[in-house]
Design a protein around this ligand. Structure first.
Ligand code: ZN
Length: 1008
């Protein structure tokens, strides 16, 4: 239905103009402090230098003078302040200020998460963590966002905020020329339908900050000090003893009052022209502000009063406001807003040569550990739910378990910060995140050990499944393998062992198919691959017996695979390639490797009999680090004048044909005479397995580094696909964006770079090449058929600011990311890649256990034969299953009563299970899998226990879904009547629920 008519357009312009002319501009001065949860300084340093003082002084100053207001954004600092700094009096004052609506929590997440390189599961986690705290502590549920600093905006974020019940979203950092156009056309505000499948059901009003962004104008025509910051600049490591900070704005005195007022009014008027209503959001604050609020407010109070006393003359009124007051005013204007579809705002450039696309690949190791920690958290959360429901009074106490889980929830939340997982922080802050993540992981390993009654030192995740039994007395090893996904899977598990032959048996004593071979670069270690069949959320036990089978290539069900070496090939001696080709087969593919070059030559899709030429190698960009010689690359920015060049002179190869997998190892040498290789790829092709998922999977493990300084290295995949430089990349693992190549006058290479979080692909009419990843990278298609993945960066520059803050990214590490490749028709890959991406992210957890004292059958029930699986249909993903341990009543009225003075805080409800299920497909993406899917939660969860009660909640759990009434914003343009989109149906009496494309549904479950 088309609602926009010509007469309507005229009417709407009349309304809009008359409003602007008739009334004075109403400026909403929103006091705020942008507090990065790690960037240059650690959280601890920031608390000490300013963050604690922000909350202490703001609470005191607001309590003193009644018209002052403040918005609190990042919860991590607030929670630390609340738990460790705030006095009883402060706590009372906070509760009063919240009741009065003068202190307002915005976003409510632990951090202001990055939007480009975060996975949606982690974005949801950090929001849930913060919201749970706010609701149980204050009964408060944030409804507005304030994403003022993430480097570009993803289309997934508005969807998540809508699902969390937000009324409006706010962004700031978008491409400079786009923002300037939007200002001119008064298009900074719109209604965003971030998901094509959810459409208007999850649309959200979005405000883009103007060119001044979230700080006040820094230029004062009458003073050489910067503007409107009367508390100056925070001082590290310690606040000054005398309370005097550097670079404080000149005070508001009789002599400066008029020029201050004029400057502020001029700025308000300039900015008001870019908006359709006469309300202007005037953020008052910046990074690390308000740690000395009395000085801030006492100056601004005078200015605000003065402008209001002369509002006739100025044509402007000003008021302290919270963000909700501003959005309420805009909402009440009843204007009709333009609709934006599911396009994101990535990449982000601030100037022609300042493309913020480097951070997609900065600090690869931190990006990898952050995701690994997230998968580990998911695995242990789901396992603990199983344990807790089966053994509520078991020896693992819930308080202790939650303490471990919460530490990791906190660490995974923290690193989602926009200067965290992005890799744009100083080295000591990167170390802080790593420390918190590692500590958190060690804690949940203790929990795992306790659940399975294992020895404490598991080393499950850190040591890459290395098994070293004491061979002098023990020639066998028991392992437990857990599948953290709610699907039945067939996969191979890779263990490092120190014995050249091993037989594997399952818990019933049946021999299991396995393969053993020499490990790369080792003479004493071996790779053991075990074929494992695991039910959803199921763990199984295997027995590995180390034995010898001299001379044989097969021992029971275990095959020994032998390595064939291919000598170094120098690239300057390549002759005609394609003459001597070595085939490697899986059920789905035939890969050909070229003996002339030792490179991949082509892959044939055996089902469709389509051959695609594919070459893979490593190329690098040489970046400039001298500010006097032009634009530089740094941890944020990727800048290059020249195209990438091959980063090696010779390649050697080893092939290990096998019965479970065949492995191809390629080593790339920077120089002909180098002994050590600079890069390597290990490709694993599943050769003996018929499983349709596994068969499509080509696993590649890379080793890259240490790099030469000022090099940015890409895995270059050149194919025969006619993709016309179009690449598809995901937004946070949630949805795919089509990226057509854009030619710019300058800086085209960096400006055509995009983040990949889980999935990217290129395609033509016949084939699609999909790349799945377990950590974020930068990706691009710079020429026809080409797909490059930036895997690592090492940079140094002489810019004073960068060097002063140690932000040059001199990252000398060796990085070892993993990609899974899929090649097939668009239809074949579309039916598999969502699930494959999750299988890569959530690989089975392997736990080594000491030799049991008693035979298995006589052990505790928890460690006896396989538990019942929990299985969802292929298109539904069990995103969350955890014991949140919140101390709040899910009934809002009751929860509010509990907040009243004198009432006791309710105790945590350990029997409330948080369940999230996501539909992986877009409408129309697959003929079968895109259908709305009905499941019965009672049946699905029967493997865990008997469901007694199911309540549907908002994304972060704080709202009963039926109470969630979001503001409606009038929109212009066509209403997209998409039949695939349905209202949330709720849950039937017998606990059935229908989940439609791209829905994420959140439930509280109680078991009997
Ligand atoms: Zn920031």
């Amino acid at each position: 239905m088309r609602r926009l008519t010509f007469s309507f357009v005229l009417l709407y312009f009349t309304v809009c103009l008359s409003e602007n002319v008739a009334s004075p501009i109403q400026a909403f001065v929103i006091p705020h402090s942008h507090m990065d949860v790690g960037w240059v300084y650690t959280v601890q340093e920031s608390m000490h230098a300013y963050a604690a003082n922000v909350y202490t002084t703001v609470v005191e100053e607001l309590s003193r003078v009644k018209h002052r207001k403040f918005i609190a954004v990042e919860q991590e600092f607030f929670r630390i302040w609340w738990d460790t700094v705030a006095s009883g009096q402060h706590k009372k004052q906070v509760r009063q200020l919240l009741r009065d609506g003068r202190l307002e929590f915005i976003i409510g997440g632990q951090v202001m998460h990055d939007e480009a390189v975060t996975d949606l599961d982690d974005a949801i986690l950090q929001l849930t963590e913060g919201h749970g705290f706010l609701y149980e502590t204050f009964g408060v549920r944030p409804r507005f966002s304030w994403h003022v600093d993430p480097f570009g905006a993803s289309a997934t974020t508005p969807v998540l905020f809508a699902l969390a019940g937000f009324h409006a979203h706010l962004i700031s950092r978008i491409d400079y020329d786009l923002k300037s156009n939007m200002q001119k056309n008064k298009g900074l505000q719109f209604v965003w339908r971030g998901s094509p499948s959810l459409g208007e059901k999850q649309e959200i009003f979005t405000h883009t900050m103007d060119q001044f962004s979230y700080c006040t104008p820094s230029y004062l025509p009458f003073s050489n000090m910067s503007g409107f910051y009367w508390n100056g600049v925070a001082l590290f490591p310690d606040p000054p003893k005398d309370g005097v900070y550097p670079n404080m704005s000149v005070p508001v005195l009789d002599s400066t009052l008029e020029p201050y007022a004029q400057t502020m009014v001029d700025n308000i008027k300039q900015r008001a022209q870019w908006f359709r209503t006469n309300h202007l959001l005037w953020p008052w604050g910046c990074d690390k502000q308000f740690y000395n609020s009395s000085v801030q407010f006492s100056n601004m109070d005078v200015l605000v009063d003065y402008i209001n006393q002369h509002s006739d003359k100025f044509g402007v009124t000003v008021q302290y406001a919270t963000l909700s007051e501003y959005f309420q005013a805009v909402h009440q204007s009843n204007l009709t807003w333009e609709v934006r579809g599911d396009q994101d705002f990535l990449p982000y450039s601030t100037e022609p040569f300042q493309a913020w696309t480097g951070f997609y690949a900065s600090r690869n190791i931190l990006k990898g550990v952050a995701r690994k920690a997230s998968s580990q958290l998911h695995a242990v959360e789901t396992l603990f739910v199983r344990y807790h429901i089966s053994y509520p009074e078991g020896p693992v106490t819930t308080d202790w378990a939650l303490e471990k889980l919460r530490a990791l929830r906190w660490a995974v939340s923290e690193v989602q910060h926009h200067d965290g997982i992005t890799g744009t922080e100083s080295p000591k802050v990167a170390d802080m995140y790593m420390e918190h993540l590692t500590q958190g992981m060690m804690g949940v390993e203790e929990l795992l050990a306790a659940i399975f009654l294992l020895p404490q030192s598991l080393g499950t995740f850190q040591n890459m499944h290395k098994l070293q039994p004491d061979l002098s007395k023990d020639l066998e090893q028991h392992i437990i393998v857990y599948n953290p996904l709610a699907w039945n899977i067939t996969t191979y598990i890779n263990l490092t062992v120190t014995f050249p032959m091993a037989l594997v048996f399952d818990e019933s004593g049946k021999a299991v198919l396995a393969q053993i071979q020499e490990k790369a670069n080792s003479t004493s270690e071996y790779d053991l691959f075990i074929v494992a069949e695991l039910g959803g959320l199921q763990f199984r036990k295997y027995l590995i017996k180390f034995s010898s089978c001299p001379g044989s290539t097969r021992c029971g069900m275990t095959y020994t695979a032998k390595l064939v070496k291919f000598g170094r090939r120098n690239i300057n001696q390549w002759r005609r390639t394609g003459r001597k080709l070595l085939p490697i087969f899986s059920d789905c593919h035939k890969l050909l490797f070229d003996q002339e070059t030792n490179l991949l030559h082509s892959i044939t899709d055996r089902h469709k009999q389509r051959k695609v030429r594919i070459t893979q190698d490593f190329w690098e960009y040489e970046s400039n680090g001298d500010v006097h010689k032009g634009p530089i690359s740094d941890n944020y920015i990727f800048s290059t004048n020249t195209s990438a060049v091959p980063a090696y002179k010779a390649v050697s190869m080893e092939i290990i044909p096998g019965k479970v997998i065949s492995e191809i190892r390629q080593y790339f040498y920077r120089d002909l005479k180098d002994e050590d290789y600079a890069y390597s790829v290990v490709t694993r092709v599943p050769t003996g397995l018929k499983d349709k998922h596994l068969c499509q999977r080509l696993e590649q493990r890379y080793s890259v580094g240490p790099l030469v300084v000022n090099r940015e290295v890409v895995l270059m995949t050149r194919t025969g696909l006619k993709n016309n430089r179009t690449i598809f990349t995901d937004n946070n693992g949630y949805q795919m964006m089509k990226r057509t190549y854009k030619a710019f006058a300058n800086n085209s290479i960096p400006r055509n770079y995009y983040p990949v979080v889980r999935t990217a692909y290129i395609e033509d009419d016949s084939s699609r090449l999909v790349v799945l990843t377990e950590r974020a990278h930068g990706v691009s298609s710079q020429s026809d058929g080409q797909l490059e993945v930036m895997l690592h960066r090492r940079l140094w520059n002489n810019q004073e600011w960068n060097r002063g803050y140690n932000l040059t990214l001199n990252d000398s590490s060796v990085v070892q990311p993993v990609l899974w490749l899929m090649l097939g028709s668009a239809a074949a890959t579309a039916s598999l890649y969502h699930r494959e991406a999750l299988e890569l992210q959530h690989r089975p957890v392997v736990m080594a256990i000491g030799r049991p004292q008693k035979p298995w059958k006589q052990q505790e029930p928890w460690t006896s034969p396989p538990v019942r699986p929990v299985v969802l249909p292929s298109n539904l993903h069990l995103q969350t299953l955890s014991v949140p341990g919140w101390a709040y009543s899910p009934n809002h009225t009751k929860n509010q009563q509990n907040m009243e003075p004198g009432k006791n805080q309710p105790v945590p409800d350990y029997n409330r299970i948080l369940l999230r299920i996501m539909h992986l497909y877009e409408t129309g993406e697959d003929p079968e899998l895109s259908k709305p899917t009905t499941i019965n939660l009672k049946e699905v969860l029967q493997g865990i226990g008997e469901v007694k009660e199911v309540r549907e909640r908002s994304l972060t759990g704080t709202w009963d879904i039926s109470d969630l009434q979001r503001w409606k914003w009038e929109t212009s343009g066509e209403i997209d009547k998409n039949d695939g989109v349905r209202n949330f149906d709720g849950v039937t009496k017998d606990f059935s629920v229908t989940i439609s494309p791209k829905e994420i549904r959140t439930f509280f479950i109680h078991f009997k």
